[in-house]
Design a protein around this ligand. Structure first.
Ligand code: UD1
Length: 339
Protein backbone atom coordinates (compact mmCIF):
# COMPACT_ATOMS: atom_id res chain seq x y z
CA UNK A 1 0.00 0.00 0.00
CA UNK A 2 1.16 3.50 -0.78
CA UNK A 3 2.67 5.31 2.18
CA UNK A 4 0.79 8.27 3.67
CA UNK A 5 2.98 11.32 4.21
CA UNK A 6 1.68 14.34 6.11
CA UNK A 7 2.69 17.57 4.39
CA UNK A 8 1.97 20.62 6.54
CA UNK A 9 1.84 23.77 4.43
CA UNK A 10 1.36 21.52 1.42
CA UNK A 11 -0.51 24.19 -0.54
CA UNK A 12 2.38 26.63 -0.20
CA UNK A 13 5.23 27.26 -2.59
CA UNK A 14 7.69 24.51 -1.70
CA UNK A 15 4.98 22.30 -0.19
CA UNK A 16 2.94 22.08 -3.39
CA UNK A 17 5.96 21.11 -5.50
CA UNK A 18 6.86 18.47 -2.92
CA UNK A 19 3.32 17.08 -3.10
CA UNK A 20 3.86 16.57 -6.84
CA UNK A 21 7.20 14.81 -6.26
CA UNK A 22 5.69 12.57 -3.59
CA UNK A 23 2.86 11.44 -5.87
CA UNK A 24 5.25 10.92 -8.77
CA UNK A 25 7.33 8.67 -6.53
CA UNK A 26 4.33 6.57 -5.54
CA UNK A 27 3.50 8.05 -2.14
CA UNK A 28 0.24 9.54 -0.89
CA UNK A 29 0.65 13.06 0.48
CA UNK A 30 -1.94 14.34 2.93
CA UNK A 31 -1.92 18.13 2.85
CA UNK A 32 -2.63 20.19 5.92
CA UNK A 33 -3.04 23.85 5.09
CA UNK A 34 -5.39 26.57 6.29
CA UNK A 35 -4.70 28.81 3.26
CA UNK A 36 -3.76 31.79 5.37
CA UNK A 37 -0.61 32.10 3.31
CA UNK A 38 -1.44 29.99 0.27
CA UNK A 39 -3.76 30.41 -2.67
CA UNK A 40 -6.45 28.00 -3.79
CA UNK A 41 -5.31 28.39 -7.37
CA UNK A 42 -2.59 25.90 -6.38
CA UNK A 43 -5.25 23.21 -5.93
CA UNK A 44 -6.37 23.65 -9.51
CA UNK A 45 -2.76 23.35 -10.60
CA UNK A 46 -2.15 20.24 -8.53
CA UNK A 47 -5.30 18.66 -9.90
CA UNK A 48 -4.19 19.31 -13.50
CA UNK A 49 -0.66 18.01 -12.93
CA UNK A 50 -1.66 14.94 -10.90
CA UNK A 51 -4.96 14.10 -12.58
CA UNK A 52 -6.80 14.34 -9.27
CA UNK A 53 -6.90 16.47 -6.16
CA UNK A 54 -4.56 15.37 -3.38
CA UNK A 55 -5.98 14.63 0.06
CA UNK A 56 -6.42 17.90 1.88
CA UNK A 57 -7.43 18.95 5.39
CA UNK A 58 -7.93 22.62 6.18
CA UNK A 59 -6.37 22.66 9.61
CA UNK A 60 -4.20 25.18 11.40
CA UNK A 61 -1.07 23.38 12.67
CA UNK A 62 -1.38 25.43 15.83
CA UNK A 63 -4.70 23.68 16.52
CA UNK A 64 -3.39 20.71 18.49
CA UNK A 65 -6.75 18.95 18.84
CA UNK A 66 -7.55 18.87 15.12
CA UNK A 67 -4.01 17.89 14.26
CA UNK A 68 -4.09 15.01 16.73
CA UNK A 69 -7.41 13.81 15.28
CA UNK A 70 -5.76 13.70 11.86
CA UNK A 71 -2.89 11.59 13.22
CA UNK A 72 -5.55 9.19 14.46
CA UNK A 73 -7.34 9.16 11.11
CA UNK A 74 -4.24 8.20 9.06
CA UNK A 75 -1.22 6.03 9.65
CA UNK A 76 1.50 8.43 8.59
CA UNK A 77 4.84 6.98 7.54
CA UNK A 78 6.42 10.40 7.65
CA UNK A 79 5.85 14.10 8.20
CA UNK A 80 7.25 16.99 6.18
CA UNK A 81 6.73 20.20 8.08
CA UNK A 82 6.60 23.31 5.89
CA UNK A 83 3.83 25.32 7.50
CA UNK A 84 5.51 28.53 8.66
CA UNK A 85 5.80 32.20 7.86
CA UNK A 86 8.92 33.29 6.01
CA UNK A 87 9.01 37.04 5.40
CA UNK A 88 12.11 38.38 7.10
CA UNK A 89 11.00 42.03 7.24
CA UNK A 90 7.52 41.22 8.54
CA UNK A 91 9.06 39.06 11.27
CA UNK A 92 10.89 42.13 12.58
CA UNK A 93 7.70 44.17 12.86
CA UNK A 94 5.50 41.27 14.04
CA UNK A 95 7.79 38.92 15.95
CA UNK A 96 5.07 37.29 18.06
CA UNK A 97 3.12 36.32 14.96
CA UNK A 98 6.24 34.45 13.83
CA UNK A 99 6.99 32.85 17.18
CA UNK A 100 3.38 31.75 17.63
CA UNK A 101 2.99 30.19 14.22
CA UNK A 102 6.45 28.82 13.52
CA UNK A 103 7.33 27.62 17.01
CA UNK A 104 3.92 26.51 18.27
CA UNK A 105 3.22 24.76 14.97
CA UNK A 106 6.47 22.82 15.21
CA UNK A 107 5.90 21.87 18.85
CA UNK A 108 2.38 20.64 18.05
CA UNK A 109 3.57 18.53 15.13
CA UNK A 110 6.35 16.95 17.21
CA UNK A 111 3.97 16.23 20.09
CA UNK A 112 1.46 14.61 17.75
CA UNK A 113 4.20 12.50 16.19
CA UNK A 114 5.47 11.20 19.51
CA UNK A 115 2.00 10.59 20.89
CA UNK A 116 0.94 8.69 17.77
CA UNK A 117 4.22 6.81 17.22
CA UNK A 118 5.14 8.46 13.95
CA UNK A 119 8.93 8.59 13.73
CA UNK A 120 10.04 10.08 10.42
CA UNK A 121 10.32 13.85 10.22
CA UNK A 122 11.65 16.28 7.64
CA UNK A 123 11.98 19.90 8.77
CA UNK A 124 12.14 22.98 6.54
CA UNK A 125 15.18 24.73 7.84
CA UNK A 126 17.18 27.43 6.17
CA UNK A 127 20.71 28.54 5.40
CA UNK A 128 19.80 31.50 7.56
CA UNK A 129 21.10 29.40 10.50
CA UNK A 130 24.66 30.04 9.23
CA UNK A 131 24.23 33.83 9.37
CA UNK A 132 27.05 35.65 7.57
CA UNK A 133 29.67 32.93 7.19
CA UNK A 134 33.06 34.00 8.53
CA UNK A 135 35.82 33.23 6.06
CA UNK A 136 34.72 30.47 3.68
CA UNK A 137 31.46 31.38 1.94
CA UNK A 138 30.79 27.79 0.86
CA UNK A 139 29.22 26.32 3.97
CA UNK A 140 29.05 22.68 5.01
CA UNK A 141 26.59 21.25 7.52
CA UNK A 142 29.28 21.56 10.20
CA UNK A 143 29.96 25.24 9.56
CA UNK A 144 29.15 26.84 12.92
CA UNK A 145 25.66 28.23 13.31
CA UNK A 146 25.55 31.93 14.10
CA UNK A 147 22.86 33.94 15.76
CA UNK A 148 20.25 35.05 13.21
CA UNK A 149 19.43 38.63 12.26
CA UNK A 150 15.64 38.37 12.40
CA UNK A 151 12.83 36.71 14.37
CA UNK A 152 12.15 34.62 11.25
CA UNK A 153 15.76 33.42 11.34
CA UNK A 154 15.42 32.65 15.05
CA UNK A 155 12.36 30.48 14.41
CA UNK A 156 14.48 28.27 12.13
CA UNK A 157 17.48 28.38 14.45
CA UNK A 158 15.34 27.58 17.49
CA UNK A 159 13.34 25.09 15.46
CA UNK A 160 16.49 23.06 14.94
CA UNK A 161 17.26 23.36 18.66
CA UNK A 162 13.77 22.26 19.69
CA UNK A 163 14.10 19.28 17.37
CA UNK A 164 17.55 18.35 18.74
CA UNK A 165 16.27 18.55 22.34
CA UNK A 166 13.23 16.48 21.41
CA UNK A 167 15.46 13.87 19.79
CA UNK A 168 17.50 13.53 22.99
CA UNK A 169 14.35 12.59 24.86
CA UNK A 170 12.82 10.56 22.02
CA UNK A 171 15.77 8.83 20.32
CA UNK A 172 13.50 6.62 18.24
CA UNK A 173 12.81 9.60 15.97
CA UNK A 174 14.42 9.79 12.55
CA UNK A 175 14.87 13.42 11.63
CA UNK A 176 16.26 15.31 8.68
CA UNK A 177 16.70 19.08 8.88
CA UNK A 178 16.90 20.37 5.33
CA UNK A 179 18.67 23.73 5.16
CA UNK A 180 17.32 25.39 2.05
CA UNK A 181 19.33 28.00 0.26
CA UNK A 182 17.31 30.33 -2.05
CA UNK A 183 14.37 28.48 -3.64
CA UNK A 184 13.37 29.90 -7.03
CA UNK A 185 11.40 28.94 -10.13
CA UNK A 186 8.17 27.04 -10.59
CA UNK A 187 6.91 23.73 -11.92
CA UNK A 188 7.73 23.39 -15.63
CA UNK A 189 4.01 23.08 -16.40
CA UNK A 190 3.56 26.64 -15.04
CA UNK A 191 0.49 25.35 -13.17
CA UNK A 192 1.97 25.82 -9.71
CA UNK A 193 4.52 28.29 -8.41
CA UNK A 194 5.18 30.93 -5.81
CA UNK A 195 2.27 33.13 -4.87
CA UNK A 196 3.55 36.14 -2.97
CA UNK A 197 0.85 37.84 -0.94
CA UNK A 198 1.27 41.59 -1.33
CA UNK A 199 4.57 43.08 -2.42
CA UNK A 200 7.18 40.33 -2.88
CA UNK A 201 10.22 40.35 -0.62
CA UNK A 202 12.19 37.82 -2.58
CA UNK A 203 14.21 38.62 -5.64
CA UNK A 204 12.84 36.45 -8.44
CA UNK A 205 9.12 37.13 -7.79
CA UNK A 206 10.02 40.81 -7.77
CA UNK A 207 11.81 40.41 -11.09
CA UNK A 208 8.87 38.65 -12.78
CA UNK A 209 6.33 41.09 -11.32
CA UNK A 210 8.39 44.00 -12.61
CA UNK A 211 8.66 42.44 -16.04
CA UNK A 212 4.90 41.94 -16.23
CA UNK A 213 4.17 45.47 -14.98
CA UNK A 214 2.82 44.71 -11.49
CA UNK A 215 5.82 46.47 -9.97
CA UNK A 216 7.30 49.54 -11.49
CA UNK A 217 10.97 48.97 -10.91
CA UNK A 218 13.25 46.49 -9.22
CA UNK A 219 15.67 47.98 -6.73
CA UNK A 220 18.92 46.05 -6.43
CA UNK A 221 19.92 46.44 -2.80
CA UNK A 222 23.56 47.53 -2.73
CA UNK A 223 26.28 47.71 -5.37
CA UNK A 224 29.45 47.92 -3.35
CA UNK A 225 29.62 44.56 -1.59
CA UNK A 226 32.99 42.78 -1.72
CA UNK A 227 31.81 40.34 -4.42
CA UNK A 228 32.67 39.99 -8.09
CA UNK A 229 30.13 42.58 -9.27
CA UNK A 230 29.32 44.35 -6.01
CA UNK A 231 25.95 42.61 -5.46
CA UNK A 232 25.15 39.84 -2.98
CA UNK A 233 25.81 36.19 -3.80
CA UNK A 234 23.19 33.50 -3.22
CA UNK A 235 22.73 29.84 -4.09
CA UNK A 236 19.50 29.82 -6.11
CA UNK A 237 17.97 26.34 -6.07
CA UNK A 238 15.14 25.34 -8.41
CA UNK A 239 12.04 24.51 -6.39
CA UNK A 240 11.47 21.21 -8.24
CA UNK A 241 15.00 20.05 -7.34
CA UNK A 242 14.31 21.15 -3.78
CA UNK A 243 11.02 19.21 -3.77
CA UNK A 244 12.82 16.07 -4.89
CA UNK A 245 15.31 16.44 -2.05
CA UNK A 246 12.41 15.98 0.38
CA UNK A 247 11.42 12.67 -1.17
CA UNK A 248 15.04 11.47 -1.06
CA UNK A 249 15.33 12.62 2.55
CA UNK A 250 12.26 10.60 3.52
CA UNK A 251 13.53 7.52 1.69
CA UNK A 252 16.82 7.93 3.56
CA UNK A 253 15.01 8.07 6.90
CA UNK A 254 12.94 5.00 6.02
CA UNK A 255 16.18 3.06 5.44
CA UNK A 256 17.59 3.83 8.88
CA UNK A 257 17.43 1.00 11.36
CA UNK A 258 17.66 3.26 14.41
CA UNK A 259 16.86 6.80 15.44
CA UNK A 260 18.70 9.56 13.63
CA UNK A 261 19.15 13.33 13.76
CA UNK A 262 20.67 14.74 10.62
CA UNK A 263 21.20 18.00 8.69
CA UNK A 264 21.65 18.60 4.97
CA UNK A 265 22.25 21.62 2.81
CA UNK A 266 19.93 21.90 -0.16
CA UNK A 267 21.47 24.14 -2.76
CA UNK A 268 23.24 23.84 -6.08
CA UNK A 269 26.76 24.32 -4.73
CA UNK A 270 27.19 27.39 -6.90
CA UNK A 271 26.83 31.04 -5.95
CA UNK A 272 25.29 33.58 -8.33
CA UNK A 273 25.10 37.32 -7.83
CA UNK A 274 21.88 39.32 -7.92
CA UNK A 275 23.00 40.86 -11.22
CA UNK A 276 23.66 37.40 -12.67
CA UNK A 277 20.10 36.37 -11.91
CA UNK A 278 18.78 39.52 -13.60
CA UNK A 279 21.09 38.84 -16.56
CA UNK A 280 19.83 35.24 -16.82
CA UNK A 281 16.25 36.52 -16.80
CA UNK A 282 16.92 39.06 -19.55
CA UNK A 283 18.82 36.61 -21.71
CA UNK A 284 16.29 33.79 -21.42
CA UNK A 285 13.18 35.92 -21.89
CA UNK A 286 14.61 38.51 -24.27
CA UNK A 287 13.04 41.22 -22.08
CA UNK A 288 14.69 44.33 -20.73
CA UNK A 289 14.07 44.63 -17.01
CA UNK A 290 13.51 48.03 -15.41
CA UNK A 291 15.92 48.06 -12.47
CA UNK A 292 18.30 50.37 -10.64
CA UNK A 293 20.67 50.23 -7.73
CA UNK A 294 19.44 51.34 -4.32
CA UNK A 295 20.88 51.28 -0.82
CA UNK A 296 21.80 48.03 0.93
CA UNK A 297 18.97 46.17 2.68
CA UNK A 298 19.50 45.84 6.39
CA UNK A 299 20.36 42.34 7.57
CA UNK A 300 21.39 40.99 4.18
CA UNK A 301 24.09 38.35 4.15
CA UNK A 302 26.85 39.30 1.69
CA UNK A 303 27.70 35.91 0.27
CA UNK A 304 26.74 32.31 0.97
CA UNK A 305 26.41 29.12 -1.02
CA UNK A 306 26.09 25.47 -0.20
CA UNK A 307 28.59 22.71 -0.08
CA UNK A 308 26.44 19.84 -1.29
CA UNK A 309 28.81 16.87 -0.87
CA UNK A 310 26.85 15.44 2.05
CA UNK A 311 23.51 15.70 0.24
CA UNK A 312 24.98 13.75 -2.63
CA UNK A 313 26.57 11.12 -0.39
CA UNK A 314 23.67 10.62 1.99
CA UNK A 315 20.54 11.00 -0.10
CA UNK A 316 22.01 10.66 -3.62
CA UNK A 317 20.60 14.02 -4.53
CA UNK A 318 22.05 16.72 -6.73
CA UNK A 319 20.35 19.74 -8.31
CA UNK A 320 19.57 19.08 -11.96
CA UNK A 321 18.20 22.45 -12.97
CA UNK A 322 19.98 25.74 -13.67
CA UNK A 323 19.13 29.35 -12.84
CA UNK A 324 18.25 29.70 -16.55
CA UNK A 325 15.59 26.98 -16.08
CA UNK A 326 14.39 28.71 -12.92
CA UNK A 327 13.95 32.16 -14.44
CA UNK A 328 12.10 30.73 -17.43
CA UNK A 329 9.78 28.61 -15.28
CA UNK A 330 9.12 31.55 -12.94
CA UNK A 331 8.35 33.76 -15.92
CA UNK A 332 5.94 31.24 -17.44
CA UNK A 333 4.19 30.99 -14.07
CA UNK A 334 3.93 34.79 -13.80
CA UNK A 335 2.38 34.92 -17.28
CA UNK A 336 -0.05 32.14 -16.36
CA UNK A 337 -1.14 34.06 -13.23
CA UNK A 338 -1.86 37.08 -15.38
CA UNK A 339 -3.60 35.28 -18.24
C1 UD1 B 1 15.80 35.47 2.93
C2 UD1 B 1 16.35 34.87 4.17
C3 UD1 B 1 16.29 33.36 4.07
C4 UD1 B 1 14.87 32.96 3.85
C5 UD1 B 1 14.32 33.62 2.62
C6 UD1 B 1 12.85 33.28 2.55
C7 UD1 B 1 18.10 35.92 5.47
C8 UD1 B 1 19.49 36.44 5.46
N1 UD1 B 1 17.72 35.33 4.37
O1 UD1 B 1 16.71 35.12 1.89
O2 UD1 B 1 16.78 32.77 5.23
O3 UD1 B 1 14.78 31.57 3.75
O4 UD1 B 1 14.50 35.02 2.71
O5 UD1 B 1 12.07 34.29 2.10
O6 UD1 B 1 17.40 36.03 6.42
N2 UD1 B 1 17.16 41.64 -3.53
C9 UD1 B 1 17.19 42.84 -4.24
N3 UD1 B 1 16.00 43.44 -4.52
C10 UD1 B 1 14.79 42.93 -4.14
C11 UD1 B 1 14.77 41.70 -3.44
C12 UD1 B 1 15.98 41.09 -3.13
O7 UD1 B 1 18.25 43.33 -4.60
O8 UD1 B 1 13.76 43.55 -4.42
C13 UD1 B 1 18.43 40.97 -3.21
C14 UD1 B 1 18.69 40.88 -1.72
O9 UD1 B 1 19.34 42.02 -1.26
C15 UD1 B 1 19.55 39.63 -1.66
C16 UD1 B 1 19.06 38.77 -2.83
O10 UD1 B 1 18.36 39.65 -3.69
O11 UD1 B 1 20.89 39.98 -1.87
C17 UD1 B 1 18.13 37.65 -2.40
O12 UD1 B 1 17.11 38.20 -1.57
P1 UD1 B 1 15.81 37.39 -1.13
O13 UD1 B 1 15.19 36.76 -2.32
O14 UD1 B 1 14.98 38.27 -0.29
O15 UD1 B 1 16.40 36.19 -0.28
P2 UD1 B 1 17.39 36.19 0.98
O16 UD1 B 1 17.42 37.48 1.68
O17 UD1 B 1 18.67 35.62 0.52
Amino acid sequence: MSKFVLVTGGAGYIGSHTVVSLVQNGYTPVIVDDFRNANRIVLKGLESILGKLPLLHEIDVCDQKSLDALFKQYTFEGVIHFAAYKAVGESVSEPLKYYRNNILGLVNVLECMIKNHVNNFVFSSSCTVYGEPQGQKEVTESTPKLLPESPYGYTKWMGEQIIADTFRSAPQLRIMNLRYFNPVGAHESALIGEFPIGRPNNLLPFITQTAIGKQEQLIVFGNNYPTKDGTCVRDFIHVVDLAEAHVRALQYLWKQSAGKLDYLNVGTGKGSTVLELIQAFETKTGLKLNWKFGPRREGDVVEIYANVDSSFKKIAWKAQRTIEDAVMDAWNWEKYLNS
